[in-house]
Design a protein around this ligand. Structure first.
Ligand code: NAD
Length: 355
């Protein structure tokens, strides 16, 4: 069935992958609502922007009146809420924006969705979904063993993860208190094309090509569970199409890698496809730097519920996804070069942390 899907944060990394997927592979109509912060980049949507099933409105989700008006005018069947401040290092330097967008902004989205849903009747009311997209970081840090699942208690450690945890709780409260048909997903680290080059994988690729140091936090043994962004997007689609309102689903590909191993895989792939002029390995550029404060040791996701109840499986292995990603950055300098040359506002481009 063709649906109208309001995507917040559709100019960001995962949101733009979701919008591209919805326009290219479904008959759904999409309204992309995004404030276009430093992380929002409409050129990630060049391939779909001319579709008559796609529209964009520049709105800050904290502007409740504007959000309510957009919702009333578009009349969505589904709201997928991805807009957020998303970078841990930035949250350490300036937490206020994270509280504002991730907590207050999510409250504004819920208020608008609730008012909109209250006005619906019949099938439109029955079928409406508010899908909140969140992170595995809300669960804190694991030791060497085990994996997060839907029953894992919350234990956020950074201003970013605390603000996402707060937003998850608000979303569930709107279900329990007001009956709003919500879905919550918590996903592991994503990577892939159109990823803003402050995050580990694009940062390493771009710095390696530029001949600079590849700085890795601590001793590089922190572990993250990596998922190719298009696999995340297909999981999101499964959840808002088939998920049970009020339920939470964890998303992850069981691709755990130590940060240093991620950097090695990228260097080795670049050695094969674009060797350095001096014949040395890109590994020669790796430099270890002081650790991030409160750096969580390990994240891992048990996505068994999503697999068994909704039939989702990732398509990419870590190696196949990294290969696609490296090749995309090599072929698309025109996308990332302007970010490095002018638009990028972050002074911390330079430390290899996952997110
Ligand atoms: P991103 O930083 O690439 O994109 C965020 C988007 O939100 C940008 O387009 C930005 O302009 C927009 N935005 C920020 N503040 C806004 C505001 N106040 N109003 C409207 N728009 C605003 O983030 P991402 O990596 O694509 O992550 C998207 C969502 O997925 C986030 O909620 C994040 O917490 C979650 N998530 C990310 C990952 C990951 O690995 N990147 C993993 C799990 C969950």
């Amino acid at each position: 069935m063709t649906k109208k899907i309001l995507v917040t944060g559709g100019a960001g990394f995962i949101g733009s992958a979701l919008v591209r997927h919805l326009i290219e592979n479904t008959s759904h109509h999409v309204l992309n609502v995004d404030a276009l912060t430093y992380a929002g980049n409409l050129s990630s949507l060049d391939g779909v922007a001319s579709s008559n099933r796609y529209a964009f409105q520049q709105i800050d989700i904290c502007d409740r009146e504007a959000i309510a008006a957009a919702m009333a005018a578009f009349a969505p069947d589904v709201v997928t809420h991805l807009a957020a401040e998303s970078h841990v290092d930035r949250s350490l330097d300036g937490p206020a924006a994270f509280i504002e967008t991730n907590v207050v902004g999510t409250f504004g989205m819920l208020s608008a969705a609730q008012a909109y849903w209250n006005g619906l009747t019949g099938d439109a009311r029955e079928n409406f979904r508010f899908h909140h997209i969140s992170t595995d970081e809300v669960f804190g840090s694991l030791g060497d063993e085990g994996a997060f699942n839907e029953a894992t208690p919350y234990d956020p450690r950074s201003p970013y993860s605390a603000s996402k945890a707060a937003s998850d709780h608000l979303v569930r409260a709107w279900h329990h208190s007001y009956g709003l048909p919500v879905l919550v997903t918590n996903c592991s680290n994503n990577y892939g094309p159109f990823h803003f080059p402050e995050k580990l994988i694009p940062l390493i690729i771009i710095k390696a090509l530029a001949g600079g140091d590849l700085p890795v936090y601590g001793d590089g043994t922190n572990v993250r569970d990596w998922l190719y962004v298009d696999d995340h997007v297909r999981a999101l689609e499964s959840v808002f199409e088939k998920g049970v309102p009020g339920e939470t689903y964890l998303i992850g590909g069981r691709s755990e890698r130590r940060n240093i191993d991620v950097v090695h895989v990228i260097c080795d792939m670049l050695d094969r496809v674009q060797p350095r002029a001096d014949g040395k390995s890109y590994r020669a550029q790796i430099v270890f730097v002081g650790d991030r404060p409160g750096h969580d040791f390990r994240y891992a996701i048990d996505a068994g519920k999503l697999r068994s109840e909704l039939g989702w499986e990732p398509r990419e292995t870590f190696e196949s996804g990294i290969e696609k990603t490296v090749r995309w950055y090599l072929a698309n300098e025109s996308w990332w070069r302007p970010i490095l040359d002018g638009k990028y506002q972050g002074e911390r481009l330079g430390t290899a942390a996952p997110k």
